[in-house]
Design a protein around this ligand. Sequence first.
Ligand code: 5RP
Length: 223
Amino acid sequence: MTQDELKTLVGRAALDFVPAGAVIGVGTGSTVNKFIDALATVRDRVAGAVSSSVQSTERLRAHGIAVFEANDVTGLPVYIDGADEIDGHGRMIKGGGAALTREKIVADLAERFVCIADASKRVAVLGRFPLPVEVIDIAREQVVRRFASLGARAVLRAGVITDNGHPLLDVHGLAITDPLALETEINQWPGVVAVGIFARHRARVCLLGAPEGVQRIDYDAPA
Ligand code: 5RP
């Protein structure tokens, strides 16, 4: 099975997590695009979506699915999104598609984060995928130096400006053994808009696509 077929598989499987009549949170990326396409086949089942990017908003609307602003809702039953890496506790690196800030905002509104990913995204320790960090431009070099002091190399993502109008750094060389502590630390740095560590907003469930089928992982299930 190709990676694209695995994404289709988990995109369809995520429909099981969509409550009837609800407004749901929808993330960004190629895996989420598969979910949006699957959602379109049952679009009358949902009241609409809050989207984490202009790209997903356009795709949802093209399918005739109503899109609401995050400001218009007080909560969401579920947020469905992909990941660049996910560890054994549901903690993730996100932002490969430059949507990390809005993804965190929508995830924060949701009761449950359901991650959809192909099996290549599963890792023991986060950090091989360069960590995306959205910054205010005038703080960019200061943030680069802070990462250098941690032994990491932050590189400007060339030609990319986020939906919020900011540049992005991709940080190489971090082994993120304590994701919550590092997320908390980086969030304190002036000029950081959002860091792509999702530890506080970790996934509660992951649907992992593998050639054998979709594996469901519940991170909060009793051992
Ligand atoms: C976008 C994201 C995506 O969820 C992440 O990059 C995974 O994307 P894909 O499903 O295309 O592999 O965080 O900012």
